[in-house]
Design a protein around this ligand. Structure first.
Ligand code: BG6
Length: 481
C-alpha cells in the first residue's frame, strides 16, 4: 500500500520533536509500509536537501538510543521531501494537489501539526482544492478548541469537508501501550470483568503527574491551564477506557459509542459541586530532585498575577448501574513530586476479616509512565506461624521487560494507525464535544470566582485541599496510603 504523509507545520516543534522521531522509529522497526513518502510543508523556502540536513541536526536532540546513525538517517531521508506552502494561498493548495497527483498514492494522510486556530482555514482550503477524496485522511492535533463552542466550530468545518471516518483526532495518551493493555486486560481476559463494578470497587484514581514546569510554553499554557490541557482530553479518555461497557466488537465505532456513553453518564457539575469537588492549584517556587525551581509566576512569558491553574484534582461519578456511587478521582499537575501517570483501581476490603492485623484492600495499578506495566496488590501469608498478620505482596508485570523488542511509542502507533486507516485510538467529534460540555461549568465557575488557584510548592503533590477531597470519602491518594 503506497502512502503520502504530509505534515503541515513541517518545521514546527511538534513535527521535529515528536512526529519525525516517531516515524523514524517506525522506519527502523520495519513497520512503515513500503512505498511511502513523507512530505513536509511550511513557510520557508528550502530544498529537500536543506530540509533533510535541518532535520538531521534536530535529531541530535532526540534521546540517545532513538537517534539514527548517519547511515540510518540517509536511508530515512530518501522518504523526506519539502515544499514551501503559504497556508492562506489557494494556489498553494492547488500545487499540493498536483504534487500528490504525480504519484497518486493509495492513501494520503494530511497531518495538521500547525497552530489549531489554523485548522478551519486549512480544512476549508483543502475542501476547495478538492483535497478531500475518500482516500485522503486528515489528522488533527490537540488542542481542539478552547471551549465547547470553538470545538463545535472546528468540527463543523472539518465535517463540511471530510467524513467522520476521514477525521483522525489525536489524543496521544490513547497511543500509549499501557492504554491498549487496559483494553486487553478488561476485554481479553475473563478474570477482572466480573469484579469491574461498584460491588467490588471502592474508588478509582487517575493521576497524570509531571515533574516539569511550563518551560518556554508559558504564553500557550497561560491561555490553556491544566483543566483544558490534560483533564478535558487525556484524563477523560483514560476514564472512558476504565469505565466503558464491553463493546460488541473491536470496531472503532463500537468502542467509541461505549466511550461516549461514559462521557454522557458523568455527573454534571453545578456551581456548588465545583466549589466542593474541584481543587485548582498553581505552583510556587520549590525544589525538584533537590534543585530549586521557580514558581509559575516567575516562568518566562507568564503574565504577572496570572490565575492560571497548573494543578487540578476533582471528584466525579459515572451515573449508571455499574458505577453508581463509586468516586472517580482525577488529578494532574505540573511541578509535582514525581513524573507519574497511573490509574489505581482500589477494590473493597473483604466483607468479614478473619485474619489479625490490617485489613488492606486489593488494588490494581495500571502504570502508564515512567514505567509501563501492571501491579496487582494482594495480601499473603508468609507462613511464619499461626497468628501471623498478612503481608502485602504485589504481582508485577513490567511490559517493557515482557515484550522488550516489540514496544511501540504513542506517536509511532498513532501515525501507523492513521496510515492504515484504523480509527480505534482516535477521538470522535461527539466524544470530544461531550468532554467539553462536561468541563465547561468548571471553567465558568472559575471565571466568576475571585479566589483563584491554591498555592502549592513545586515538588509537592499539590495543595492540601486535594488530599482533603479524597479524605472526605474516607479514602487517600495512592502515595498517601
Ligand atoms: C500534552 C500537554 O498534551 O501532554 C503537555 O499539552 C504535557 O502540557 C504532555 O506535558 C504530557 O504528555 P506525556 O506523554 O509526556 O505524559
Amino acid at each position: 500500500m503506497s502512502f503520502d504523509l504530509v505534515f503541515f507545520g513541517g518545521t514546527g516543534d511538534l513535527t521535529w520533536r515528536k512526529l519525525m522521531p516517531a516515524l523514524f522509529q517506525a522506519f527502523r522497526h520495519g513497520k512503515l509500509p513500503p512505498g511511502g513518502r513523507i512530505l513536509a510543508v511550511a513557510r520557508d523556502e528550502q530544498t529537500d536537501d536543506k530540509y533533510r540536513a535541518w532535520l538531521k541536526d534536530r535529531f541530535q536532540e532526540v534521546e540517545g538510543p532513538k537517534r539514527p546513525s548517519d547511515e540510518e538517517f540517509a536511508r530515512f531521508a530518501e522518504l523526506l521531501h519539502y515544499r514551501r506552502m503559504d497556508l492562506s494561498q489557494p494556489e498553494h493548495y492547488a500545487r499540493l494537489k498536483e504534487w500528490l497527483a504525480e504519484r497518486n498514492a493509495d492513501t494520503v494522510v494530511l497531518y495538521l501539526a500547525t497552530s489549531p486556530h489554523l485548522f478551519p482555514q486549512i480544512c476549508e482550503q483543502l475542501g476547495q482544492a478538492g483535497l478531500n477524496a475518500p482516500h485522503i485522511r486528515v489528522v488533527l492535533e490537540k488542542p481542539l478548541g478552547h471551549d465547547l463552542a470553538s470545538a463545535q466550530e472546528i468540527n463543523r468545518v472539518v465535517r463540511s469537508v471530510f467524513s467522520e471516518r476521514q477525521a483522525f483526532r489525536i489524543d496521544h495518551y490513547l497511543g500509549k501501550p499501557s492504554v491498549q493493555n487496559l483494553m486487553a486486560l478488561r476485554f481479553g481476559n475473563a478474570l477482572f470483568e466480573p469484579l469491574w463494578r461498584r460491588e467490588s470497587i471502592a474508588n478509582i484514581q487517575i493521576t497524570l503527574a509531571e515533574g516539569i514546569g511550563v518551560g518556554t510554553r508559558g504564553d500557550f499554557y497561560d491561555r490553556t491551564g491544566a483543566l483544558r490541557d490534560m483533564i478535558q482530553n487525556h484524563a477523560l479518555q483514560l476514564l472512558t477506557m476504565i469505565a466503558m461497557e464491553p463493546p460488541s466488537t473491536s470496531d472503532a465505532d463500537a468502542i467509541r459509542d461505549e466511550k461516549l456513553k461514559v462521557l454522557r453518564s458523568l455527573k454534571p457539575f453545578t456551581e456548588g459541586d465545583v466549589q466542593r469537588d474541584v481543587v485548582r492549584g498553581q505552583y510556587k517556587a520549590g525544589s525538584i530532585d533537590g534543585k530549586p525551581v521557580p514558581g509559575y509566576l516567575e516562568e518566562v512569558k507568564v503574565p504577572p498575577g496570572s490565575r492560571c491553574e497548573t494543578f487540578v484534582a476533582l471528584r466525579t461519578e459515572v451515573q449508571n448501574w455499574r458505577w453508581a456511587g463509586v468516586p472517580f478521582y482525577l488529578r494532574t499537575g505540573k511541578r509535582l513530586a514525581a513524573r507519574n501517570a497511573e490509574i489505581v483501581v482500589n477494590f473493597r476490603p473483604v466483607p468479614h476479616p478473619i485474619f489479625p492485623g490490617a485489613n488492606q484492600a486489593n488494588k490494581l495499578v495500571i502504570k502508564l509512565q515512567p514505567e509501563d506495566g501492571l501491579e496487582l496488590h494482594l495480601l499473603a501469608a508468609k507462613g511464619t506461624g499461626q497468628s501471623e498478620t498478612l503481608s502485602p505482596v504485589s504481582l508485577d508485570l513490567d511490559f517493557d521487560k515482557a515484550f522488550p523488542t516489540e514496544r511501540v511509542g504513542a506517536y509511532e502507533r498513532l501515525l501507523l494507525d492513521a496510515i492504515a486507516g484504523r480509527l480505534n485510538l482516535f477521538v470522535r467529534s461527539d466524544e470530544q464535544e461531550q468532554a467539553w460540555r462536561w468541563v465547561e461549568p468548571v471553567l465558568d465557575t472559575w471565571a466568576r470566582d475571585t479566589t483563584g488557584p491554591r498555592p502549592y510548592a513545586a515538588g509537592s503533590w499539590g495543595p492540601p485541599a486535594a488530599s482533603a477531597l479524597v479524605a472526605r470519602d474516607g479514602f487517600a491518594w495512592d502515595e498517601e496510603q
